[in-house]
Design a protein around this ligand. Structure first.
Ligand code: GLU
Length: 277
């Protein structure tokens, strides 16, 4: 199954690069990152139907022989809602406490959502530091690959109790990129509350260089509960780009966005890596 971006689920082939922009890309392993703004309402409550829809799309991927890893934010927003907080706390310890409260609820909802398709999920809490040191990186990679081999969907989040990188900047965009590079996935998809990179209100379908991306006007409402924005997405594109991995930014609120992308529709903005390493 190949789409207009040159992406394909399963099979064999080459990744798109700026030199070879339209090869048939085999997507056997992909990382899907979903932001808090996609998963929660304005009061931070988890949007169960949307989470079920996401689980259904990822379960469909598994059925097609693809191995997805989900990197999910939403713990802090969910924890805030549990504590009745309307405004994101400024103190890091408060945010970390919210994450600890929200993470278990988040996993509970994912577990139920995936169980509807008979798919098991596993919680994996990581820090960027874990993916920098050789031994920990190897441990994390082996665990993730073992889970994928067993057709389990790992649900990754930052270990917010001990790390604050993604709380202060990133909303897990960088973490998702590091995970993607670590497991040598063929694609990173970032599901956000914007349709992609915008130029004069229209989605830019394809970005060939980060310099080009930096020049583009970035759409996106100001967020109270989440961090991230386009800066961390460009950073994610840079990280995976070094490993020759393409990145797609798409709107996670749109129905079947992931299914559409992997089934051949042109969705969001595709960042094409310069070359396959
Ligand atoms: N790890 C955080 C979470 O799951 C990232 C998002 C944020 O900073 O709000 O909520």
């Amino acid at each position: 199954m190949t789409n207009r971006s040159g992406l394909k689920v399963g099979g064999s082939g080459q990744l798109p690069t700026t030199q070879n922009p339209q090869p048939r890309t085999p997507i056997r392993r992909l990382v899907v990152k979903v932001g808090s703004s996609v998963l929660t309402d304005a009061r931070g409550r988890l949007l169960r139907e949307r989470i079920e829809a996401l689980a259904d799309q990822l379960a469909a991927c598994v059925r097609q022989g693809c191995h997805p890893i989900l990197v999910s934010s939403g713990a802090i927003a969910c924890g805030m809602a549990k504590l009745g907080l309307r405004k994101r706390p400024a103190a890091l310890a408060q945010l970390q406490a919210c994450a600890a409260i929200g993470q278990s609820e988040l996993m509970h909802v994912y577990t139920l959502a995936f169980a509807r398709s008979d798919v098991t999920v596993a919680q994996v809490l990581l820090t960027q530091e874990d993916l920098a040191g050789r031994q920990r990186l190897r441990n994390a990679k082996q665990t993730l690959l073992t889970l994928l081999h067993r057709r389990v969907v790992p649900v990754v989040n930052e270990n917010d109790t001990v790390a604050v990188e993604e709380i202060t900047f990133g909303d897990n965009d960088r973490l998702a990129a590091l995970v993607c590079a670590a497991v040598e996935a063929q694609l990173l998809v970032i599901l956000s509350d914007v349709d992609g990179l915008l130029r004069e209100g229209r989605v830019v379908k394809r970005v060939e260089s980060l310099r080009q991306a930096q020049r583009l006007i970035i759409a996106g409402a100001s967020r109270q509960r989440t961090r991230g924005g386009m800066a961390s997405k460009l950073e994610a594109a840079r990280i995976v780009g070094h490993s020759g991995i393409p990145l797609v930014i798409a709107n996670g609120a749109r129905p079947n966005v992931l299914g559409g992308l992997l089934a051949g529709r042109s969705v969001g903005t595709l960042f094409v890596p310069r070359q396959k390493c």
